[in-house]
Write a protein that binds this ligand. Structure first.
Ligand code: UD1
Length: 324
């Protein structure tokens, strides 16, 4: 079993991965500045070091002291419109801090790194389906900051003993099946979270951003993946690297999509609440359809989804939202 550093382990996806790593028997140290993460999201069996990745001296001292076997790196800014308004925040926090972390990992002999990447690296792929071989063409600083980090990993892996798996997440949603952790960020704009808030009567209205897309019902289509399936993908990727496996870039999605209208209908059905919905213009920068070609992760890591069920995703998101 490995001693694993998890920067960003107090956030939504990171906290689920920390639990999955502990469940697989790994020893976990979370590094988080708690700017968007939450202390109570960190499992009690993991150790939390409250630290900013930008604090190079403290991070270097931690790496020297602990001698990790692997790192699973989530710490990043993730809001697309904010990245357009404040690109330097994204390049500093995502690309520069990630580069410094990688430098520290290489210096201290850490050879296995899992990196949180995003489907945003594809921009608006033709046909709406992206495989790992689809040309990358990010359309916002968020996607570019993540793609640049992938390049830093690729070039570093070519020149050192470091091996990595970059996981390109599609639309992550839902909460832990035991309802102990979930998406806590109060102002999150993600569709399924917003729909859960609407079903709980916590927002006046919910807008469908665009009803005239070239999709079956006119609303945007995304590949929603349950956060626990995504967490398992990280454990599988780590197992692969610890066994000496090679570097990879892998999509994380189910390979099929749901429209905004389908998501809202599903949330209404599972909660029994017919919350009000209004039709609104398209949101700038939204692709009509974004679905993963998700074959490679199954073939190469043996990852098997267990929660590929939009009702379950909506039910767990709603149950979690009700606890907040
Ligand atoms: C994007 C990013 C993702 C990032 C996330 C968080 C891309 C390809 N993906 O996902 O990497 O982590 O933002 O910022 O850039 N919708 C509504 N009404 C709402 C909210 C959303 O109709 O109130 C629609 C959107 O137009 C879209 C779908 O629901 O069609 C999903 O939107 P959202 O949950 O915000 O995620 P993305 O924008 O797909």
């Amino acid at each position: 079993m490995a001693k694993v550093l998890v920067p960003g382990g107090a956030g939504y996806i990171g906290s689920h991965v920390v639990r999955a790593l502990l469940g697989a028997g790994h020893d976990v140290v979370v590094l988080d500045n708690l700017s968007t993460g939450f202390r109570q999201a960190v499992h009690r069996d993991a150790r939390l070091e409250v630290m900013d990745l930008a604090d190079r001296e403290s991070v270097a001292a931690l790496l020297d002291r602990e001698r990790f076997d692997a790192a699973v790196h989530f710490a990043a800014s993730i809001v697309v419109p904010e990245s357009v308004a404040d690109p330097l925040k994204y390049y500093m926090n995502n690309t520069v801090n990630t580069t410094a972390l990688i430098e520290g990992l290489v210096r201290t002999g850490v050879e296995a790194v899992i990196f949180s990447s995003t489907a945003a690296v594809y921009g608006m792929p033709a046909g709406g389906v992206a495989s790992e071989d689809t040309p990358t063409a990010p359309i916002n600083p968020y996607g570019r900051s993540k793609l640049m980090s992938e390049w830093v990993l690729e070039d570093t892996a070519a020149a050192t003993a470091l091996r990595y798996v970059a996981l390109r997440y599609f639309n992550v949603a839902g909460a832990a099946l035991d309802n102990t952790i979930g998406q806590r960020t109060p102002a999150a704009t993600h569709l399924i979270k917003v729909a859960a808030q609407a079903a709980l009567g916590r927002r006046d209205s919910l807008s469908i951003f665009g009803t005239d897309y070239d999709t079956p019902d006119g609303s945007g289509v995304r590949d929603y993946i349950h956060v626990e399936d995504l967490a398992r993908a990280h454990v599988d990727a780590l197992t692969h690297l610890l066994a000496g496996g090679d570097s990879k870039v892998l999509n994380c999605g189910y390979g099929h999509g749901a429209s905004v209208r389908e998501v809202l209908d599903t949330m209404k059905r599972v909660t029994g609440v017919d919350f009000p919905v209004v039709e609104a213009p398209r949101r700038a920068g939204d692709p009509p359809t974004l679905i993963a070609d998700a074959r490679r992760i199954r073939d190469e890591l043996g990852w098997t989804p267990q929660q590929d069920d939009l009702e379950l995703i909506c039910r767990t998101a709603h149950a979690w939202e009700a606890t907040l």
